[in-house]
Design a binder for this molecule. Structure first.
Ligand SMILES: C[S@@+](CC[C@H](N)C(=O)[O-])C[C@H]1O[C@@H](n2cnc3c(N)ncnc32)[C@H](O)[C@@H]1O
Length: 186
């Protein structure tokens, strides 16, 4: 249930989403999170997905071949969310699983330069009660800097508008990823 960050994010998404929900996957990668979202939102749901790598878009399209809901997959940076998702509180949940594509090119990583604008554009689109989950990996080069920038940014978000928490496994070897959980409250 909480063995790793993926299990934790999926537990939160499962508790939160239902058929017809609207969701965003800010980094689709191999499509594992997107596939999980698809199962939860069903044929009346809508998914927006972003990734800069063609390989990621192809893999995600393949994984969601049988999805009957509405799927908007965009091969572009999540910093361009403004161009693709309506500018209104329309999201029930969003997930950003940061870092690099496992088994892919480890030099292509998310960075604060695009992640922070993407988070800003996501936060204003969360419905009241909507959640944003950010899995930040700190073990690779550049990962800790991105994590710090995200934490700094989130700490400045108004408490009246968002509940924001950070969790981490405290008895795992190496450098376990951190999970930021944001809930829109007003
Ligand atoms: C850890 S992987 C995502 C894993 C994915 N959620 C899954 O379930 O398979 C991180 C992804 O972020 C993507 N990425 C890097 N920079 C990006 C950006 N600016 N906008 C969108 N995606 C980006 C990478 O191409 C990579 O596929």
């Amino acid at each position: 249930m909480i063995a790793n960050i993926v299990q934790m994010t999926h537990l939160l998404l499962k508790n939160h989403l239902s058929p017809g929900s609207n969701v965003l996957d800010g980094t689709v990668g191999m499509g594992n999170d997107t596939e999980f979202l698809a199962q939860l939102v069903g044929k009346s749901g809508t998914i927006w997905g972003f990734d800069i790598q063609e390989e990621a878009i192809i893999s995600t399209k393949h994984k969601l071949a049988n999805f009957q809901g509405t799927l908007h997959l965009n091969q572009t940076s999540h910093a361009n969310i403004d161009q693709f998702i309506p500018n209104m509180p329309c999201l029930d949940a969003a997930i950003f699983n940061l870092g690099y594509l496992p088994k892919g090119d480890k030099a292509i990583i998310t960075t604060a330069q695009s992640t922070i604008p993407a988070l800003e554009q996501t936060l204003i689109r969360l419905k009241v009660g909507g959640i944003l989950l950010i899995a930040a990996y700190i073990g690779h080069e550049g990962g800790y800097e991105e994590y710090q920038a995200i934490k700094h940014f989130l700490a400045t978000c108004p408490q009246k508008e968002y509940h924001i928490a950070e969790t981490q496994h405290i008895n795992q070897k190496h450098q376990p990823p951190r999970l930021f959980i944001i809930e829109r409250r007003a």
